[in-house]
Ligand binder design. Structure first.
Ligand code: ADE
Length: 418
């Protein structure tokens, strides 16, 4: 058994069942795995992964390992690792450094242990692995062929590294592929955040005023699904175009200051900082619930809430009640961390099937370019269009959906100006 660090007391049998269920619903990734087993595109490579370690992620790690890589994995958030899955994954031969509920210091220690394996390829979600490599393991950077980043937040951080001229290897922006954000960010986040809200609270969504902060692809999905469940949706935005989009989609649009007074549930999905602050919490209704679906736990100003509170207690798993001096109680879900992963199982498997197919093929592309003698230079790259399209085609085939092809006449017509 490989060395690693994870909760060995967790139920590996349950973890293995969860992985098997995810795999059964990820046909595109299964098909890629089949090819990887034959072709071994990653033989000789060491792959470090930092992703939310739940069942779909575990299957991705196994697929990369089946492609011949030595794989090491850590979580990408202190509260999203599922210990049973981590244990089962370690038993299957992937080196695991991940445990649920660790403090931030330990979380980074686990990422550091991961990097000590001297990776040649990376998969990151949120940018912590790439940040740590640049900050504390810079001597390893020359060995890195490249990496792939899953989220908007991670890509924002890579852009900042690049702007400062400090990015040391190529990174592929998986989030920006169509087959990622159009489905994962919108429908994945939409469904899994509502799942997290319902599992965490066991309360109705219908009839509640749900305030969604941020109308990017993730916010659109949350608003769409909350509306579908019968909520009155309010959207807050700073981008005038997105605000109009939200308005045209049928949601009420207002400032957070206005929304604070009417909301029953607040969900931040902005990727920003202190979107809900003391000035908002001081206006909220007694019993209002605050949750976050952005990558980091900084969207709700929790230090301000603690300072305003006279008492705090856990009233249900993942629900903390803050009693304020004026007698009101505000509830924070999942400590303000990603509600869909800390309070549920993350996106549905059929959606992560597409996202993780892109991740697997992006890594293969990086290796191919190197082996062709044309390695990518340090920078941020899109997923090649051919890969995006191929994932769409494989998904359609898996869904047994056939689409039309243009006739020669139609193709010709589309090229004419007159
Ligand atoms: N499962 C694994 N990674 C995930 C992500 N980034 N979002 C939602 N669910 C996930």
């Amino acid at each position: 058994m490989l060395e690693g660090r994870y909760n060995r007391a967790a139920d590996a049998v349950l973890g293995a069942q969860k992985i098997a269920w995810a795999k059964a619903h990820m046909p595109v990734l299964r098909r890629i795995a089949e090819r990887f087993r034959r072709e071994r595109p990653f033989s000789g490579e060491r792959v470090s992964i930092a992703l939310h370690l739940e069942a779909k992620t575990a299957y991705l790690a196994q697929v990369i390992a089946e492609g011949g890589a030595e794989v090491t994995i850590s979580g990408s958030n202190p509260l999203s690792t599922q210990d049973d899955v981590a244990h089962a994954l370690a038993q299957s031969g992937v080196r695991v450094y991940a445990e649920r509920g660790v403090d931030p210091e330990t979380y980074f220690e686990l990422l550091a242990d991961n990097l000590k394996t001297r990776p040649t390829l990376l998969i990151d979600d949120g940018g912590d692995l790439v940040k740590l490599l640049h900050a504390e393991f810079a001597d390893l950077a020359d060995e890195v062929i490249g990496g792939a980043e899953e989220t908007t937040t991670g890509i924002t951080r890579i852009k900042a590294l690049k702007r400062e001229g400090r990015l040391r290897f190529p990174m592929i922006a998986v989030n920006d592929a169509q087959m990622k954000h159009l489905f994962d960010n919108r429908y994945g986040t939409g469904q899994s955040v509502l799942d997290g809200l319902m599992r965490t609270t066991n309360l109705t969504v219908a009839g509640k005023t749900v305030v969604v902060a941020g109308y990017g692809w993730c916010g659109k999905g949350v608003a769409l699904r909350a509306h579908g469940m019968g909520a009155n949706v309010v959207v807050t935005e700073i981008d005038p175009v997105k605000a109009i989009e939200a308005h045209m989609d049928g949601h009420r649009v207002m400032t957070m200051y206005e929304a604070a007074a009417v909301g029953d549930v607040f969900i931040t999905v902005t990727g920003g900082y202190h979107i809900i602050g003391a000035e908002h919490m001081s206006r909220m209704k007694d019993g209002a619930m605050l949750a976050n679906a952005g990558h980091f736990d900084v969207e709700i100003d929790l230090p301000a809430l603690r300072a305003m509170s006279v008492a705090a207690s856990d009233v249900r798993p993942n629900v903390t009640a803050y009693r304020l001096a004026d007698g009101r109680t505000l509830y924070v879900l999942a400590e303000g961390r990603l509600l869909n992963l800390a309070g549920a199982d993350g996106h549905p498997a059929e959606i992560m099937d597409m996202t993780f197919a892109l991740q697997a093929l992006a890594l293969e592309y990086l290796v191919q370019k190197k082996r062709e003698g044309a390695p990518l230079t340090p920078g941020l790259y899109p997923v090649p269009e051919a890969i995006d399209r191929r994932v769409a085609e494989m998904k359609l085939e898996a869904l047994n959906i056939t689409i039309d092809r243009p006739t020669a006449e139609q193709a010709d017509y589309a090229t004419r100006w007159a």
